[in-house]
Design a protein around this ligand. Structure first.
Ligand code: PEP
Ligand code: MN
Length: 358
């Protein structure tokens, strides 16, 4: 597709990219694309051609053989296409078959060697490239990938927020950690940023909530996995939805895209409130952890017959916090009240473990 047309498509808001996790067969690709085109809401077809799988033996992608299917989609259905690339060979193959947009997967963004290899292969081309966040919560790696691709001369770069792996996380396949994406957008306000709820959620049921949140946070668009027959998908079956479900989902969302100053203000407010919520969650998590450590200390004190309250230690904590608090412009009064409350709760936790009957 002509460069100008792709640019116009990429500037549409909300930008909607959808399609199967993996291209499997020509029929599956064409049928899914045709369902998506019928929704009237999808701008670009995504399809994984080479799949980075955590364990060997699962479906590792149809490979170059699937690229002509995407040409068919463009010719007969009119949708441009996007594929994931991880090596220079894949970049060359994708460009040879006129793919319109490339994306770098989360497992590739973590590796500067791979990102540089892709950047080198891209030199001299003007294909748009979207970069997923790395699997680990490290904004420097994400920024580094943006810089490498930009240095190769790519002018149109986008960001895809697909969540971060975290040990023992159960609610989401990849924890969204919204504050990191917000910070990335703050660092690179000129880059289009879209959300990938499919890989954040890992299942169908939680997708709508994540999509609404991304819309509330003023993301530029979405990349959502869809499949003509999700339950039979060769990869990521649990998180894919049918084109009809995609339409229902997009219709159920409250969009906040008007650009009056009033809504801009509302969006800014929602963004800031979201940051506050995130920080509050983290504070509670840390407080919970602090109490667990107190309980462990309680057990030691119990075994060694030491009293709970140790004045010296407490004064030391207070002094430290007062001087640190000053650095962050936190008043003496606040720090004192805050620490008293923590201290009280901590003593209660220690009490509980020390007086528990064996
Ligand atoms: C994908 O988009 O199918 C994919 C492999 O995603 P991620 O790189 O986010 O894991
Ligand atoms: Mn997938």
């Amino acid at each position: 597709m002509e460069k100008g047309i792709i640019e116009t498509i990429l500037n549409k808001r909300p930008l909607i990219i959808s399609g199967p996790c993996s291209a499997e067969t020509e029929d599956q690709v064409l049928q899914t694309a045709s369902g998506l085109a019928q929704t009237g809401k999808v701008d670009i077809l995504r399809a994984g051609i080479w799949k980075p799988r955590t364990r060997p033996g699962s479906f590792e992608g149809i490979g170059t053989k699937g690229l002509p299917w995407l040409q068919q989609v463009k010719k007969y259905i009119g949708l441009p296409s996007a594929v994931e690339v991880a090596t220079s060979r894949q970049v060359q193959d994708a460009m040879h078959f006129d793919i319109d947009l490339l994306w770098i997967g989360a497992r590739t963004t973590v590796n500067p060697f791979s990102v540089q290899e892709i950047a080198d292969a891209l030199k001299g081309s003007d294909i748009p490239v979207f970069i997923k966040n790395p699997i680990n919560p490290d904004l420097e790696l994400w920024t580094g990938a943006v810089e490498r691709i930009a240095k190769a001369g790519i002018k149109t770069i986008g960001l895809i927020h697909r969540g971060f792996s975290s040990y023992g996380n159960t609610e989401y396949r990849n924890a969204p950690m919204w504050h990191l994406a917000i910070e990335m957008k703050r660092r690179h306000p000129e880059l289009t940023m879209i959300c990938d709820p499919s890989h954040i959620c890992g299942n169908r049921s939680t997708i709508p909530g994540i999509v609404q949140k991304a819309v509330d946070l003023n993301y530029d668009g979405l990349i959502i996995e869809s499949h003509i027959n999700p339950d039979e998908a060769w990869s990521d079956a649990k998180q894919q939805i049918t084109p009809e479900n995609l339409l229902e989902l997009l219709n159920s969302i409250t969009w906040r895209f008007e650009t009056t100053s009033e809504t801009e203000f509302q969006t800014a407010l929602v963004t800031l409130r979201e940051q506050i919520n995130q920080v509050d969650d983290e504070l509670l998590l840390l407080l919970g952890r602090r109490m667990k450590i107190s309980e462990q200390i309680g057990l030691y004190k119990k075994d060694n017959n030491i009293t709970i309250l140790q004045t010296n230690r407490w004064n030391e904590i207070l002094e430290k916090a007062l001087s640190k608090g000053k650095q962050f412009e936190l008043s003496r009064e606040f720090i004192t009240k805050y620490l008293e409350a923590i201290h009280l709760e901590s003593i209660q936790h220690q009490n509980r473990v020390m007086n528990k009957l064996k």
